[in-house]
Unconditional design. Sequence first.
Length: 515
Amino acid sequence: MNLNNFFTGTGSLILLLMITTPVLSNSLEIHGFVSQGYLQTDRDNYMVKTEEGSFKFNEIGFNVSNDISDDLRLGIQFLSRSLGDQCENATTIDWAFADYRYHDLLGFRFGRIKIPLGLYNEIRDIDMLRTSIFLPSSIYSEPWRDTMSSLDGIGLYGYLSLNGMGGVSYQALVGQMETPEDGGVARYIERIGTNDVIHMEPSKSYNASLLWDLPIEGLSLGSSYLSNKMKVTSLFGDHFTFGDLRLLTDMNAQLPEMLNEVIYNKTQNQNMASMMSSDFINWLIPQNYQNLDNEWPKEVISDFHTLDFWVLSLKYQWGDFILSAEQLDMRMDFDYKLGDINLRASPQPWHSLGYYVSGSYTFKDWLEFGVYYSEFYDTDNDKHAESYVKKRELDTYKYPTAVLYAVSSEEIRQNFKTYANKVFAASGKTIKLSDDDVAAIKLISDYELNRIKYNEYVGWFKELVVSTSAHINEQWTLKLEGHFIDGISLMDWTVNNGDIPRKRFLFASKVTFSF
């Protein structure tokens, strides 16, 4: 049974029960929000087509909750949002669950549950609770929101008083996250491999969160963890192996006939020609690659057997001032498999690091000001992105495909000539191949390799953000925000073949009506 259909049906049933039970009318709560934003950058685009300004940034939410008894509560929220060509205002169930609170120490939930990852992931839909428009990208990636927001499953939670040591809130969830093929996580995977995701099959997700309210008033420390596994089926072009795999398949398709012809013309012996060309191909091309044709793109399965997020959090509130800081460790370990061929370039897990520091101050009941600085590094042990610079120096990026194939053809000609002459000498024949004999061995490319410009700043994303929030009244909020951005790691930097500017300024505004 499809889990999405199951929880959509469950959510609808919860809503029906809440509305049609007359005895619950006193505890029925209905809330919602509508927001419209505007984004513009001084150069290039940011998540949407913002260089000329874009209004394709809005959210609509509607939630209903009801107390069935003193211990049991039901709730559901429908959410529609748009951010450029993401989401496109499709209405989804953001959360829908039954919550049974047995004791302060222990409660249970089941349904579609918000994921407690960091300080703000559970409440990121509630615009009134923060100063900024966008949360720090290093922890709360906006494109990933459609997947990282909630999971379908079960959970338990509670609060433990530590007397003089404060108190600890905890949550533990197990379930399955939604992974749309056109969502932000799919696009990130596509950017890693320059591929086209056609199917994502998530496994179970495990989530745990602790928040310790210290005996120091206003100070909290937290830790949260999210572990996932998934298999992704994609259509891969030739670029993701830097052209080498495309070259191998073309060699496999073109060389046998060429080599066979060279030997036959020299010996007039078809058996010897077939045997020698076959032996050379076996030496040159691994057996499992010989089963591949040279038609592209090809279907590849990416097995993400590790996809883990660990967030450490700190929050301090002193009067009208709020300070928060968080750090994210993200680890991915995966294999590319084309049939029985493992194409993973490196056995090392992919380790990314992000962190931010933010502060906000409420000057008046209606006016808030905030600022945060955030950094994200694609690879923790390569913060200067030297590996990307090295890729830029590879011949397969510097030269057109025709030059790459010409160089490969010359190497094959010389190797084949040496190999054949050794075989002739060992068999007592006086035949010897010359350069003229192998001159016709030429690999032909009928495409142009898609080369991406690997600037070092594709390895990081840094932003300094200044925000102001004005509460016009209890229902209306207006926000203005400026982002000073350095780097493009969290963006789709394969756009324009990677030739996009390093620095940009983003202006964002948003008006929200809540009820």
